[in-house]
Design a protein around this ligand. Structure first.
Ligand SMILES: [Zn+2]
Length: 501
């Protein structure tokens, strides 16, 4: 009997070992992006992958290496690739896209140069030729081996950044004795969007936002002086400190851009809503604003989750940074200008409007993408309507009235007088005031009228359908109009479309 039990025991042990080994083989690898040495036949990735390692010197210089996996979803063989080099708008005064009046806001201490220098480009390990076009704002890579449709290729860039002393998405500010905040937006070579058989080679616009990109996966490792804190897109996977340096690793799948803010003067506060972690980064002297940011983001996420469909990422960060225009949306990350944190009475101020607006962009721009240069209304109009909706849901009729008093009534004349349509490209607008009145405020009024015509429930149902149809994709104005027409809502007829478009 003992022998039988022993034999049975051995068999059981063998089975356990077998199942353990089998289970190990089935487990997804921790990082399936770095499978270059792949044991089995390597599967082509679904989307582009950006892996960036950078080192920051503590003032305004960054050295970086980027491993980019290009996935050819264009449906044809590609023999060249294009990348945005946004930082080069700061090369010299002639490159600046801003109007003269904006230049004084961007450079309160006078003009400061910046830019990106590419020092190496490799394709699958071999050097490739590159040139810059469009006034150094676009990098053209002539591939040695064309990438066939459905296949991928690994591109490696070595580059350095000079960050200008500027109140901008890409800029730094020095304050106090030795305090620094660095805004790191639009900073790395971002693949140009290939659309309808052509590359969208638009330059950085003077107003509005520049990004038009595909959903990708990102991992970015920041090496910074030990006393600096990094707030970035994605989730922080790792923070280590050694030899006077801190290393932060952030990553996230399914986002269309990646930004950060770095400072030696950050405090943080955290909160949760609907299982999403919110982290606010602020200067200790602006503590009140830092907590206000947390409060607005929390309420906005809650309202938008319930109305549009749930924010799919585990975390959202908001950082006090430098950007003269106010707030700036990036995927899972919001940059907000220092000035906004210092408004005397924070509630019902432009701080709250900006914050609710940038949170709305997590849906409209981040999840549902669009060409922000040529069809900016698609994300801005809906983000602004979402802002109005936030005020209405949070503060009832008083909130809605206050929004109308501050933003609609003050722009009514300008909307009437302007010849611009809300769906016009950024470059046709005269200045920021006209752009805001037509694209944002009139854009919000379009949705307000749609809501009054079809009812709130149907509008939310339409927005959820819109989100589900174009989530992680890009939408065009025609696709938006087609989707709305297909719903055949009472009152949304030819006259309605003629009035608004
Ligand atoms: Zn916006």
């Amino acid at each position: 009997m003992k022998k039988v039990i022993a034999a049975f025991g051995v068999l059981l042990l063998a089975m356990l070992v077998f199942f353990f080994v089998f289970a190990l083989q089935q487990m997804p690898s921790q990082n399936n992006h770095s499978s270059a040495s792949g044991r089995e036949t390597e599967k082509e990735p679904q989307r582009n992958i950006y892996n960036i390692n950078l080192e920051y010197d503590g003032l305004n210089h960054i050295k970086a290496e980027m491993d980019f996996t290009y996935v050819n979803n264009a449906g044809k063989s590609m023999s060249e690739l294009y990348f945005h080099l946004y930082p080069n708008i700061f090369r010299d005064r002639n490159h600046l896209p801003f109007s003269r009046s904006d230049q004084t806001l961007v450079f309160p201490d006078g003009f400061s140069t910046g830019g990106i220098d590419i020092t190496q480009a490799l394709q699958d390990g071999s050097p490739v030729e590159w040139t810059t076009v469009n006034g150094d704002e676009i990098l053209k890579l002539a591939l040695k081996k064309p990438v066939e449709a459905g296949k991928s290729s690994k591109i490696h860039f070595k580059f350095s950044l000079t960050v200008p002393k500027a109140n901008y998405r890409f800029g730094y500010r020095v304050f106090g004795k030795d305090r620094i905040t660095l805004s790191l937006g639009n900073w790395y070579p971002l693949l140009v969007k290939y659309d309808n058989g052509k590359w969208s080679l638009d330059k950085h616009p003077a107003m509005g936002d520049p990004t038009y990109s595909d959903i990708s996966d990102y991992t970015v490792s920041f090496t910074v002086p030990q006393d600096f804190t990094v707030a970035a897109s994605g989730v922080m996977n790792k923070k280590t400190i050694s030899h006077g340096k801190a290393i932060y690793v952030y990553s996230m799948e399914n986002i269309r851009d990646f930004a950060a803010a770095i400072s030696n003067n950050y405090k943080t506060a955290e909160d949760f809503v609907d299982g999403i972690k919110i982290i606010s980064y602020f200067h200790p002297e602006d503590r009140k604003g830092g907590f206000m940011a947390l409060d607005v983001v929390k309420h906005a996420l809650s309202i938008y989750n319930a109305s549009f469909g749930k924010y799919p990422y585990p975390e959202l960060r908001v950082a006090e940074a430098n950007f003269y225009a106010g707030g700036m949306e990036f995927p899972t990350f919001i940059m907000m200008n220092t000035g906004r944190y210092r408004e005397s009475n924070l509630s019902s101020t432009s701080f709250e409007r900006s914050m609710a607006h940038e949170v709305a962009h997590q849906w409209w721009y981040c999840l549902v993408g669009n060409d922000q240069i040529n069809e900016p209304w698609l994300d801005e109009g809906l983000a602004e309507f979402s802002t109005l909706y936030y005020f209405e849901k949070r503060y009832r009729s008083a909130g809605k009235e206050s929004y109308f008093t501050r933003y609609v009534n003050t722009n009514t004349n300008l909307i009437k007088q302007s010849k611009r349509k809300m769906q016009d490209p950024v470059k046709l607008f005269r200045d920021n005031r006209e752009y805001f009145a037509i694209v944002y405020v009139k854009g919000a009024l379009f949705y307000e009228e749609l809501k009054n015509t079809i009812g709130e429930e149907k509008l939310l149902d339409f927005l959820r359908t819109y989100l589900n149809t174009y989530k992680y994709k890009n939408v065009s104005l025609n696709e938006f109009i087609d989707l709305l027409k297909q719903r055949n809502y009472d009152g949304v007829n030819q006259d309605f479309f003629k009035k608004w478009f």
